[in-house]
Design a protein around this ligand. Structure first.
Ligand SMILES: Cc1ncc(COP(=O)(O)O)c(C=O)c1O
Length: 402
């Protein structure tokens, strides 16, 4: 009898973390590596937020708190949802967790029975399918291709829904494609969801504040108030406030669901770090001026990276409206041969090749469920990005006909 649980055999370790680890190992071994795998802003947490955390320590906020968040942080989250999204939640409709990832995982554990299906648009954030599997559910994929700007089309969503569907996940701006739904595009999806009252909507708005070209961010429960009673709107401080290490995420939704999530959390992790909760209060209610400043920096980098990658023969790089990723197609490179005679058959082959030949670490599209692509995170310096794009260009130019 195996000691490790059977459920784990269906789950794979995070490929994005694997790429970062591999890049760090090669770097430690003396290789000149540029990492394009980062899922976090290269900015630091703003000082006002750090100061609030230091003050919380001095004030002795160092004890257990209510399992799913202090009254202060829940009020701050309510204020954020009202200010940014026009959504009214009471504190008893809010759950605060150890990162947005934890909010999502808790929600699955709290709701999924064996056989329950979760519709996940591809390309997807790597953790969704595995979290569904860990919680005993079944992921069902709905493909959003490059031709549609990686945006899920209503008919494809509808075809993926069955009697067993419990949740549909909507993530905008998307990790990995950066695709961001405007109000009209979102309404076309929520119109479908209105036809299926047994389906709940898990909304991952983690990259809300990283949008470009004046894009007006909207969230499903806002464009379709009819879905409010079966929507969990998830967000966090990690990406917007450069607080990935502080581990605070949160969700707003119906009281019954929030209570179920509290039950899961109270018997597993208990409260998220008390100091981080105090920091999150400042993040959500303090000055917000740096959000647009930082988005402007990311926008410049997006433009630069898209221009450089799209010029490369064999690469097609769409320009997304949000997040800090691009998701170019390498369809034009499949079948070509590397200088040492290996045929590029998959996007994993391509990413292995650019890592070995040029020291550029990026994540292959198969990890996100849509090939042949690769994901570039531009949450790194301009110099590193320019150099990385030059290296990718050189690597592609060195490929021969198969
Ligand atoms: C789409 C998406 N959702 C959720 C998360 C989780 O964020 P957190 O660091 O708050 O757990 C990430 C992090 O990479 C993400 O990319």
């Amino acid at each position: 009898m195996a000691f490790i649980a059977d459920s784990l055999s269906r789950v794979k370790p995070s490929p994005t973390i694997a790429v970062s680890t591999k890049a760090a190992e090669l770097k430690a071994a003396g290789r000149d590596i540029i990492g394009l795998g980062a899922g976090e802003p290269d900015f630091d947490t703003p000082d006002n937020i750090k100061d609030a955390a230091i003050q919380a320590i001095r004030d002795g906020k160092t004890k257990y708190t209510p399992a799913d968040g202090t009254p202060e942080v829940k009020r701050a989250v309510c204020e954020k949802f009202r200010r940014d999204n026009g959504l009214q939640y009471e504190p008893n409709q809010i759950t605060v967790n150890n990162g947005g990832k934890h909010t999502i995982y808790n929600a699955f554990v709290a709701t999924l029975n064996p056989g329950d299906e979760v519709v996940i648009p591809t390309p997807y954030w790597v953790s969704y399918p595995d979290m569904v599997l860990l919680a005993g559910g079944t992921p069902v994929f709905a493909e959003a291709t490059i031709k549609d700007g990686f945006k899920l089309q209503p008919a494809i969503l509808e075809a993926a829904i069955t009697d067993k569907t419990k949740w549909v996940i909507l993530n905008s701006p998307s990790n990995p494609s950066g695709a961001t739904y405007n109000a009209r595009e979102l309404k076309a999806l929520t119109d479908i969801l209105m036809k299926y009252p047994h389906v709940w909507v898990m909304v991952d708005d983690m990259y809300e504040h990283i949008v470009y070209d004046g894009f007006e961010f909207v969230t499903p429960a806002q464009v379709e108030p009819g879905l409010y009673d079966r929507t969990l709107t998830i967000n966090g401080v990690a990406k917007a406030y450069a607080m990935t290490g502080w581990r605070i995420g949160f969700g707003g939704g119906p009281v019954e669901l929030i209570n179920a999530i509290r039950k899961v959390q109270s018997q597993s992790t208990s409260n998220p770090c008390s100091i981080s909760q105090a920091a999150a209060v400042e993040a959500l209610t303090g000055t917000q001026h740096f959000l647009s400043e930082r988005a402007a920096v990311f926008q410049k980098r997006r433009d630069m990276v898209v221009d450089m990658l799209d010029q490369i023969d064999g690469i097609d790089c769409p320009k997304p409206e949000g997040a800090f990723y691009v998701y170019p197609s390498i369809a034009g490179l499949i079948g070509k041969t590397t200088p040492d005679g290996k045929v590029i058959e998959t996007d994993l082959d391509f990413c292995s090749y650019i890592l070995e030949a040029e020291g550029v670490a990026a994540v292959h599209g198969a990890a996100f469920g849509l090939s042949p692509h690769f994901r570039v995170s531009y949450a790194t310096s301009d110099e590193a990005l320019v150099e990385a794009c030059k290296r990718i260009k050189r690597a592609c130019a060195a490929l021969g006909q198969g």
